[in-house]
Ligand binder design. Sequence first.
Ligand code: FEO
Ligand code: CA
Ligand code: CA
Ligand code: CA
Length: 678
Amino acid sequence: MSKETFDSTRFNKSTNKPFEEVLDANLSRRNVLKGGLGISAMTAFGAFGLSGCNSSSSSIPAGNGSGVSSAMLNFDSIPGSLTDAVSVPQGYIAQVLVPWGTPLNAQGSAWKDDGSNTSDEQLNALGMHHDGMHFFPLNDRTTDGLLCINHEYIDSMALHPSGPTVESGVRTVVDEVRKEINAHGVSVVRIQLEDNMWKLVDTDPLNRRYTGATTMDLSGPVAHTAHTVTRFSPDGSQARGTLNNCGNGFTPWGTYLTCEENWPGYFVNAGVRTEEQDRIGVDDKSTRYLWDTLAGNTEERLDEFTRFNVEPTGASSMDDYRNEANGHGYIVEIDPYTQNSRAKKRTALGRFRHEGCTFGKLEKGQPVVFYSGHDSRFEYLYKFESAASWDPADANPSNRLATGDKYMDEGTLYVARFNEDSSGTWLPLDLNSITLAGGTLADHFNSLAEIIINTAGAADLVGATPMDRPEWCTVDPYTGSVYLTLTNNTKRTSETNAANPRLNNKFGHVIRWDEGEAATDFTWDIFLFGSPANGDTDINRSGLTDLNQFASPDGLAFDARGILWIQTDNGADEVTGYTNDQMLAVVPSKLTDEDGNQAVITKDNQAELKRFFVGPNGCEVTGFTISPDYKSLFVNIQHPGNWPYSDNAAEETPSGMSVRPRAATVVIRREDGGEIAV
Ligand code: FEO
Ligand code: CA
Ligand code: CA
Ligand code: CA
């Protein structure tokens, strides 16, 4: 079940309608796609970033490089579930790992089930509402590594003994607000497998937190500009904190990417909002958790609360926080392997509500590309292409963040236009870009930094395609095709387009594309439509049954064996009456039509899409990573209602009992210790 954590306002007021005609429900457009789905075995494996000096050689998958995975899903699709427990297939076990509040270090106080831990204790413990994550192996082992976990937002009722203290619309308890800020951000924890259970390595020097207040460096075109000057950072080089970290990515050089999604709601400008603040949705009345209302409190340190109010109050930007929000809305790079390394905000990849960030297929001598969706209704899909060409030696760098500087600070940002004929165009966003009105972006912006600050506004001007809430992207290691979840859009009441073909899109879909010869060209089709099993033929276009019906696809990840994992964050009653949020699996490269082209899911092959996991009541299932030996699969349970009851994630909270709910990672293993899913 979805908890909307953001304003459902349609922020995109542009009238982009690249095409208005609704295509008939021609499910397979692959006939226009070229064959030759070539991604070499080596680049495919490299694409999964199991590289660097801490890489594990046993992570090299047994792919055949032919463009078709050999993985066979060897489990029975499980039925839906509506309990305070997780469900896994027969023969699998599910362990609760590092729930919210787990201390990182021995000096940390244990999590207290009455919500009374302090802000300092929260600073030394796992944050709340786990989301994207990635496992980075250590010492060439598959049973020892660093888990980086995003903490998207908070349940302030569960965080405190009896919810937040608010008097007349104003926060009054400083430690409560600091605790909330500290429950946001990212955790890096060392974990090891011992006696068939994963455990956090207490007091490991690499255990650490990045919170909503941690000082971070800005990098790329917006850094060191007038746009980011604040009283805290007079040279515009730094920002404080990372907020609403939703999906994630990782890089070929062994770093973690955390994505700032619904950050605008943490800031307020009750005066005259700038054009970009209006476009992105910075609030004009209040902030989500009212942190700004503690501004001026006698206990306030370094404007820690004042900074959330971005209305100009001083003589210049050096005297106030008018630019504070300009330090947010980015892809943030973290080097998990280096203690005390500072996070870097990679502004070249655009500023919007980033859901995730995924690199495309790697080829020596070619640019590195990253994809990222803007998750809001009628927003866009973006691609960043590095100016530097990929050098495989950079998979093993001595300085990972310097390698990030090389590939992520200079390049071209594009936004996607999905054409009616299954072709697509990446529209560059720079001063020379041609606008729909026939001018250039230079008519509207003075610099690349200005374009990036208002990325969505620039994308409006060049005619990008408004999508049904772009969420996670992932790349098929066998075919190089890129897949993207479009979670839902119930406000699409009159303007369908070929890539978003259903009005009142309650159930969402998964689109995919292949890059063309030119950096600006691609071809696309729709792989899968969410639907209840009893949806009519216009709704249930993929022919789903009870054993795979789903709605609101969100988390999405290929593992290196070519298995695509689809996670849901569902708010559609038609499916929530049957099952809680879930994770399904399918091997797309094995689905081909009579011509050998990649096929989409239809009623004829839908049984290949199998339900592998169901979460507890109230939760969303999000975040995916798998150990290099494929024997431990990690997913996150976010905002559960009444769970977990014990270390066994599949143990149901007894009827009539209430536990303080805790987001947690769930590790799924096979009872016989074998590879997951096959
Ligand atoms: Fe945080 Fe778009 O899900
Ligand atoms: Ca999500
Ligand atoms: Ca979602
Ligand atoms: Ca979420």
